[in-house]
Each structure stands twice: as structure tokens, then as C-alpha cells.
Design a protein around this ligand. Structure first.
Ligand code: IPE
Ligand code: IPE
Ligand code: MG
Length: 244
């Protein structure tokens, strides 16, 4: 599939390839359970799937891939599961530092990272510094300790305390979101059979197309991505206007 055309970037015009795809990476626990494995084995498998799908999006020419890795509500899980997920995040970031130039996918972490451990925060800073030197057209946003409502509240607070802020408009507030400067997601994919948003990109997905599949995230393949993009292409995006 070709890179996004100028025409496609215009609202309501051709929908060849989404510029921005967002994924709620759900179903890791059930994937593991089905195999008699601990939930953490599902998270490890899910991390590999992310790596594979990020490369695929790069090959397709998708500009932004935003994935939900850990929500502001996921702290409710057992300390053991949370620490396993944080361990996987650390491992992923360490490996990314070695592989980023080869893989040529820019990585950004979105969410309230201030409460993460100092070693993870240092790794995020290193990854984001490498990010500046890459030539890639694909950016992967990893949402960690991310919540859509939390993001909006933080944006309002940041706007309020910014002495240089402009008049409060939708466009103005967008500048204070984690996704500042990025286009809104065109397509939001949720695997695992659940059909809810679970506090993901509430503001940004106002006019996103949604795609749900029963496939559990660790089993999600390039074919599933093709199916999601194909479904997206058949949608008629009207943005509140009338059918052309
Ligand atoms: C998604 O998989 C990963 C995180 C929320 C961290 P789950 O762990 O939610 O898997 P299920 O939904 O229990 O199968
Ligand atoms: C959403 O999945 C969060 C992530 C995938 C990181 P959850 O498994 O936490 O969502 P709910 O609890 O089923 O809504
Ligand atoms: Mg889940």
C-alpha cells in the first residue's frame, strides 16, 4: 500500500491508508490463560506482536501508530503483574536503543511518566533523544500510564499555568495534549472481542473509525492489520457533513 497522499489527508476525501492508526493492545491475559501460562507470558507475547506490527506499519507508510500499553487504571492489577509489565517495558526500551537505527521507527512515550521508576524514565529520555536523529516517516507512540480523562485534565492545567496561552479553543487545548502536533487517529483498532474505549484517546478519536476483532492481541498479524485497513477504506467519513 502506498504512503498517504495529499488528497487522503483532506477530511472526507479518499481513504487509501490511515495516516494515524491507534490500537488498544488487549487480550494478553486471555491468550496466556488459554495456554495454561501466567498472564505475564501473554504480556511478553504482546510486546513481540507490537514490534512486528510497528515494522509492518513502517513498511506500509503509516505515519503514526499509537498503542495503549498501560492505562491509568491498570495500577489496579496485582503488584506482581504491574511489575512484570514494567519489566517488559524496560526490556523493550533497552532493546529499542540498540535496534532503533536498524528498525527506523521513531518512538515516543505518551502518558504521565513522572511516576515511573527512574531507570525507566532515563531509558525513555534516551529513546526519545535517538528518535530525533532518525529519517523514518513512522512514529510509534507508546501510551504508558495513559488515561484520556487524565490527559484532558492535565492539558487544561498546563494551559492555565502557561503565561503565553492563547484563548481557550479546541485547537488551543490540543496543543497541551500528549499528542500535540500529531493528526488525530483515523482508525482505532481493538482486538480481543471487547467493544469499548477504556479511556483511550477520548479527545483525539472524536471522528476516528473503529475496528473490532475477536483476535487476541498476541495473535494479531499483518493479515489482521490488512483486514482493519480494508474495513477502514470502505467507510464513508462524513465528519457531520452529508454523503458525497
Ligand atoms: C492488555 O491485555 C494489556 C494490558 C492491559 C496491560 P490484558 O492484560 O488486559 O488481557 P486480558 O484483557 O486480561 O485478556
Ligand atoms: C485497556 O485494556 C488498556 C490497555 C490495553 C493497556 P484493559 O484490559 O485494561 O481494559 P478493560 O478493563 O477491559 O476495559
Ligand atoms: Mg484487558
Amino acid at each position: 500500500m502506498a504512503k498517504a497522499t495529499e488528497q487522503q489527508k483532506t477530511a472526507g476525501q479518499g481513504t487509501v491508508l490511515p495516516r494515524h492508526i491507534a490500537i488498544i493492545m488487549d487480550g494478553n491475559g486471555r491468550w496466556a490463560q488459554k495456554r495454561g501460562l501466567p498472564r505475564t507470558a501473554g504480556h511478553a507475547a504482546g510486546a513481540e506482536t507490537f514490534r512486528r506490527i510497528a515494522r509492518y506499519c513502517r513498511d506500509l507508510g503509516v505515519e503514526y501508530l499509537t498503542v495503549y500499553a498501560f492505562s491509568t487504571e491498570n495500577w489496579k492489577r496485582s503488584a506482581q503483574e504491574v511489575s512484570a509489565i514494567m519489566g517488559l517495558l524496560k526490556k523493550y526500551l533497552e532493546e529499542a536503543i540498540e535496534k532503533m537505527r536498524r528498525e527506523n521507527v521513531r518512538i515516543r512515550v505518551l502518558g504521565d511518566t513522572s511516576v515511573l521508576s527512574p531507570d525507566i524514565r532515563a531509558l525513555i529520555a534516551r529513546v526519545e533523544a535517538i528518535d530525533e536523529t532518525l529519517t523514518t516517516h513512522t512514529q510509534a507512540n507508546l501510551c504508558v500510564n495513559y488515561g484520556g480523562r487524565d490527559e484532558i485534565v492535565r492539558a487544561v492545567r498546563a494551559w492555565e499555568s502557561d503565561p503565553a496561552h492563547g484563548e481557550l479553543t479546541e485547537n488551543e487545548l490540543s496543543k497541551y495534549l500528549y499528542t500535540a502536533g500529531m493528526p488525530d487517529p483515523d482508525l482505532v483498532i481493538r482486538p480481543s472481542g471487547e467493544q469499548r474505549i477504556s479511556n483511550f484517546l477520548l479527545w483525539q478519536s472524536a471522528y476516528a473509525e473503529f475496528y473490532f476483532t475477536d483476535t487476541l492481541w498476541p495473535d494479531f498479524t499483518e493479515k489482521d492489520m490488512d483486514a482493519a485497513i480494508l474495513a477502514y477504506r470502505s467507510r464513508d467519513r462524513r465528519y457531520g457533513g452529508v454523503k458525497k
